[in-house]
Design a protein around this ligand. Sequence first.
Ligand SMILES: [Zn+2]
Length: 440
Amino acid sequence: MLLKDHYVLLNVSVVDGYGGYPIENTFVEVRENEIAAVDSMKAYKKKPDIQEVDLDGYYVMPGLNDAHVHLAGGRGDFVYGETEVLAEPKMVRAMRSVYEAQKILKRGFTSVRDISWNGLYLKRIFGEGILPGPRVIACGPGLSRTGGHSDLFQYTEDYVKEQHFWGVLADGCEEIRKCVRRNLREGADQIKIWASGGDNWANDLNTDVHYTFEEIKTCVDEAHMLKGTLVCAHAENNEAINMAIDAGVDTIEHGEDLDEETAEKMVEKGIILVPTLGMLVNWFTDMMAIGEDAEKMIRPDVFLHRTVDQKQDEDYQKKVVQKTIDSFCLAREKGVKIALGSDTVYEPLTPYGEYSALELKEMVKYGMTVPEAIKAATLTAAEALGMSHRIGTIEAGKNADLLVVKKDPTSSVEVLYNPENIQFIILNGRLAVEEGRFAY
Ligand SMILES: [Zn+2]
């Protein structure tokens, strides 16, 4: 199909992104990159020189957004993980990240928030309109303390500083301030900080707090000086979550340790939770090496005293997973804003695109209705991206990021999970994907 600069999709059912069900007999008019009008077919009057596309029986909804991906371009399994990624040349990773982003777009995700160096440059390349790719909201590399979640102890500190793909090491308020300014200089739209550990290694337990309150506050204040710049904080334990909230961050990543008070505080301040449910509830089965694989892992014995009493048996795993589910359910119950974020990190562990779509299913599995999950992936994710003034809903004046779907996406979460149901993916008014193939 060829779409002109000014066209109208006729006789469609619209799922607007606000969490409701389809509105039938509607038209969506697009002029250049924007939605020009959305209204009932009864109100439709043909304008001169407009291209009419009759899509009777089809559904139109906003493009999906994934608020947590790493377009780092690496390849790693769960035995070697990040160490494998770090060993490859930066250029290889940069080029591979184009493929990763394109795979995400093909599953209907028209915007992503990326945490890696590559996002800073992918956003320019895709923005030029030469290659099809999603709109990238770039955090650039996240801020990690030395010896934190984004440090790789298997390499020397110098090598890590030189080669890291999704992090920079920053300690103390002055270094943090400088790092934030450097990221912003390079084109970052948001700032990511690891307020807690993330369980990649023994000095990185997710029960550990990794920055002081003053350090997180400095990061937030510095980022917020450039108005509209949001801060997302990786925080997996209650203490870190509370510190991040009090320091004024805009989104909490993972956040699987909420209690009532913390959830209420998030509601009050309008802070968004990006629960990365799929990754967390499947952590022990999909993300951890077990048995023989675990033996092969590069884990220095020197750190063993930290975990020597921690038996990660089935009981322990069940408890951890249940806590994650309970925390998510509590957030939903209390009315915390929840945005979809998959934490796709590298293949083959987390297949790009598929893993984003999987998160929709996980959110429904653990209690959301399908329209709620769609809202989490459209309007609320757009808010997490700091872009809800431009994307996330179908309204006149917003960018025309649209999915044309063959079946009612609110009828079952399987509809959006199966890419065969997506007829067209339109990005900025331009046809980007037609039946699974790039249109340019
Ligand atoms: Zn992540």
